[in-house]
Ligand binder design. Structure first.
Ligand code: SAM
Length: 321
């Protein structure tokens, strides 16, 4: 598994390089800093991940400055950083993921009952309320709800033609270990802090989508997705197609818990849309072509249909036999 320093170094290269210069600098700095590594190693293993430590540092007042300047603040504020890390979790709610969900949701005719497991604040439960700009090989296709939307999500679409209708969602619910309420200022601040420093557009989307959610709150149930699943499914209207989806969630579950969830979702008869890392859902992983692009896998009912950007930046259709 490697030392914490090795993990920070790998995270800098794999996750942060070219995505956030500041987090790349911080992660490379921490990786080579014995004193800070000792502090990080004093956290429980699940709390040592750079994304959580850096968001906690920002909440604790560490300035967004190069590591050589910020380092002394990591030391001076470590008790607060530790306090935030111990009481918070990485719950990044990325609304742009709706842009890669909509091409599949739009294929479902008639009313949809939408259940998201691992919903965080529920921002992805409103794909029908946002506007889209799909960049395809032949140009840009726009799709927007009748009532104006301040959330305009862009994605590059390779393969299918852009959807021409929005899904009709008549019921929406989420399950999360710790559902976040967008109307609560502390939760909103945490959601904002989880967005990486330079990613202003993501922060703008977050604000605009939070206003949509605050206007029409979804049913958000606190609990483990396996434990709460049947109870929430039972509340879905019977005359709508039940769609269960999740993104960047199953990775937090043990292999046994992932398998149990897949069994439950299949038994429910729902349309199952999964958006997870390539190795997270074993039955999806085995069907992936060896030369698949980098990204996460969008799968429908266990069949991979596209490689998508981790934050919904692109949808590259797969030609799976
Ligand atoms: C990285 S966030 C992704 C949020 C959202 N799906 C999105 O794509 O924007 C992962 C979410 O899964 C939730 N989660 C993790 N394990 C869970 C479990 N066993 N049961 C329910 N929710 C869980 C976390 O609390 C967190 O809100």
């Amino acid at each position: 598994m490697g030392t914490t320093g090795e993990k920070y170094s790998a995270w800098a290269e794999v996750e942060a390089r070219g995505v956030s210069d500041l987090y790349f600098d911080w992660a490379t700095g921490v990786a080579a800093d014995e004193e800070i590594l000792e502090l990080v190693d004093g956290l429980p293993a699940a709390k040592r991940q750079p994304n959580l430590v850096f968001a906690s540092a920002r909440m604790a007042g560490v300035p967004l400055a190069p590591y050589r300047e910020a380092r002394s603040e990591f030391v001076a504020r470590w008790d607060s950083i530790r306090g935030v890390a111990l009481t918070h979790a990485t719950q990044t709610n990325e609304v742009r993921r709706c842009a890669v969900l909509v091409p599949e949701l739009a294929k479902i005719p008639g009313p949809i009952a939408l259940l998201e497991v691992g919903a965080s604040a529920g921002l992805c439960l409103y794909p029908d309320k946002y506007a889209y700009r799909f960049t395809t090989e032949s140009g840009v296709d726009e799709l927007a709800p009748e009532s104006r939307s301040d959330v305009v999500l862009e994605t590059e679409l390779r393969g299918p033609s852009a959807p021409t209708r929005l899904p009709e969602i008549v019921w929406r619910a989420g399950i999360d270990l710790n559902p976040l309420d967008v109307a609560d200022p502390a939760s909103r601040e945490w959601l904002e802090t989880l967005v990486w420093p330079e990613h202003d557009e993501r922060r703008r989307h977050l604000h605009a989508a939070a206003s949509v959610v605050a206007e029409e709150r979804p049913l958000l149930v606190a609990g483990d997705l396996n434990e709460a699943f049947e109870e929430v499914v039972a509340q879905a209207p019977a005359d709508a197609t039940l769609v269960v989806f999740h993104s960047a969630v199953l990775v937090y579950l043990s292999p046994e818990a992932r398998e149990s969830f897949v069994g439950k979702v299949r038994a429910s008869g729902a349309v199952w849309i999964s958006n997870e890392g390539k190795s997270v859902v074993p039955e999806v992983a085995t069907q992936l072509p060896a030369n698949a692009d980098n990204g996460t896998v969008l799968a429908v009912n266990g069949t991979p249909v596209a490689i998508v950007g981790p934050h919904g930046q692109f949808f590259h259709a797969l030609d799976v036999p």
